[in-house]
Design a protein around this ligand. Structure first.
Ligand SMILES: Cc1ncc(COP(=O)(O)O)c(C=O)c1O
Length: 392
C-alpha cells in the first residue's frame, strides 16, 4: 500500500534529482585537512572553510583533550541556567577585546553562526522593523528576519546606492541593515565603509556577518578591522568553525546590544550551551589565529597562485581576493559534471547550486587553506585545465 504523504515527498525528491539539484552527503574518513579520504578515496580537498589550517592542528587536538579532562564534555544546560562556564566567560572577554567593533565592546558566544544570526536579528528587529539585506547574504540572516516577523527588503548585491534609495523611501520606525562581510559563495567584500555611513544617516543597525573574514582579513581581526570601520551601531558576528578551526560563533557589539541578546533572544535562551571544552579549545585556537601571521601569508600566496593559473579557464572566475574563489559554470548539471570530472582526477571541489546560489549561477566554489601546499594548488589547476580540454 502506498501512502500519499510519502508519495508526494518521493515525487518531489525525484524532481530535484532530475533537475540536477539532488544533494549527497559525502563521508569523510580522515582527519580534518586538505588531504581527505572521501567515500573511501583520497582526494585533495578544496571544499572546507579551514582557511588557516587549524581544524587538524595537533596542538589544538591536545588542547581539546586537556580541556575535556578539565571541564568534561557537555555544558549540561543553556547559558542562563547553569551552562555558562568560566571558559565561555574568558573566551568572550578575549574576543571582545580583540575584534572591538566599537569602544568598550562585549561579546557573547553561540554554538553555531546560524543561531548567532537568528539571535541578533530577532533581538534587534520586530514586526515594525524593515531588514535591508544584500541579495547574496547567507540564508541565516534572512531567516533571522523571518523569526522576528520583520519585513525583508533585499537590495542589489554590494550596491550601497541601491540600499540608500531603499532606506530613503522607507518609513519603517526601525531599520536594520544586514550584510555578509565576505560573501560566502563569491568571496567578494561588502562596501562596509559606505554601509556604516548609511546606518549612521538613517538611524539603522548594521549587522555584519564576518563568517569568512574573521581570522583571514585585518590581521585576523576581520573585515571591519581591515577597513577601519567601527561604531556602536555595528553588530559583528564571526564564526569559529571556519578560520578558527573549531566550532561556534560570537557576536561582538556595544554592551547594551549584547545584554539585549542575552536577555531576550530566543536562539540564545532556548538552547544548550556549547561544551566548555570547545570554548577552552577556541581560546587556544585564537592564540594561533592572532600570532601565526605566516598562515595568512601562505594563504594569500595560494590565492595569487590560483588566480594566475585560473585566468584562462573557460569559466568565469569571480572577482575575489579572499580564499573563496568561485568558478561560475552557470547550469547546475554542468557544474555537477565538472565537479565529478575533477574528482576523477583526485581533486574535491563541490558544485554549488540553487538555492544556495541564484538560478543560472551554479559554480565550483574553490576554498583555499594555509594547510594546502603549492603542489596541491598546482594539482587543482592541472585538473581544471584537463577538464576544460575534455569539455571542448
Ligand atoms: C556567511 C555565513 N554566515 C553564517 C554561517 C553559519 O555559520 P555556522 O556554520 O557556524 O552555523 C555561514 C556558514 O555556514 C556562512 O557562510
Amino acid at each position: 500500500m502506498t501512502d500519499p504523504l510519502i508519495d508526494s515527498l518521493e515525487r518531489a525528491l525525484a524532481e530535484r534529482e532530475a533537475a540536477g539539484l539532488g544533494r549527497r552527503r559525502r563521508v569523510v574518513e580522515s582527519r580534518a585537512g586538505p588531504r581527505a579520504v572521501v567515500d573511501g578515496r583520497e582526494l585533495v580537498s578544496f571544499a572546507g572553510n579551514d582557511y588557516l589550517g587549524l581544524a587538524g592542528e595537533p596542538s589544538l587536538a591536545e588542547a581539546a583533550a586537556v580541556a575535556a579532562r578539565r571541564w568534561g564534555v557537555g555544558a549540561t544546560a543553556s547559558h542562563l541556567l547553569c551552562g555558562h562556564y568560566a571558559a565561555h566567560e574568558a573566551l568572550e572577554r578575549e574576543i571582545a577585546e580583540w575584534v572591538a567593533p566599537c569602544a568598550g565592546a562585549r561579546a557573547v558566544t553561540f554554538s553555531t553562526g546560524y543561531l548567532a544570526n537568528l539571535a541578533i536579528v530577532s533581538a534587534l528587529a520586530d514586526r515594525e522593523t524593515e531588514v535591508f539585506a544584500d541579495r547574496l547574504n547567507h540564508a541565516c540572516l534572512n531567516d533571522g528576519a523571518l523569526l522576528a516577523r520583520s519585513r525583508l527588503v533585499r537590495y542589489a548585491h554590494g550596491d550601497a546606492g541601491a540600499l540608500a534609495r531603499r532606506l530613503a523611501s522607507s518609513d519603517a520606525p526601525r531599520k536594520l541593515i544586514a550584510t555578509d562581510a565576505v560573501f560566502s559563495m563569491d568571496g567578494d567584500v561588502a562596501p562596509l565603509v559606505a554601509l556604516a555611513a548609511l546606518a549612521q544617516a538613517h538611524d539603522a543597525w548594521l549587522v555584519v556577518d564576518d563568517a569568512h573574514g574573521f581570522g583571514v582579513l585585518g590581521g585576523g581581526r576581520g573585515t571591519l578591522a581591515e577597513l577601519g570601520v567601527a561604531s556602536p551601531r555595528i553588530v559583528l558576528m564571526g564564526t569559529l568553525g571556519k578560520a578558527a578551526g573549531v566550532a561556534g560563533a560570537f557576536v561582538a557589539a556595544h554592551p547594551a546590544v549584547v545584554e539585549t541578546i542575552v536577555q531576550t533572544a530566543r536562539p540564545y535562551l532556548f538552547t544548550t550551551a556549547s561544551p566548555p571544552m570547545l570554548a577552552e579549545t577556541l581560546r587556544a585556537s585564537l592564540v594561533l589565529v592572532r600570532a601565526d601571521a605566516w598562515r595568512r601569508e601562505r594563504l594569500a600566496r595560494h590565492v595569487a597562485r590560483f588566480r594566475a593559473g585560473a585566468a584562462d579557464l573557460p569559466w568565469r572566475l569571480g572577482d575575489s581576493r579572499t580564499p573563496i574563489q568561485p568558478l561560475v559554470v552557470g547550469d547546475a548539471i554542468e557544474a555537477t559534471r565538472l565537479s565529478q570530472a575533477l574528482e576523477r582526477r583526485g581533486v574535491f571541489v563541490p558544485a554549488i547550486r540553487p538555492p544556495t546560489v541564484p538560478e543560472g549561477t551554479s559554480r565550483l566554489r574553490v576554498s583555499l587553506s594555509a594547510a594546502h601546499r603549492d603542489d596541491d594548488v598546482d594539482a587543482l589547476l592541472r585538473a581544471l585545465a584537463e577538464a576544460a580540454r575534455d569539455s571542448r
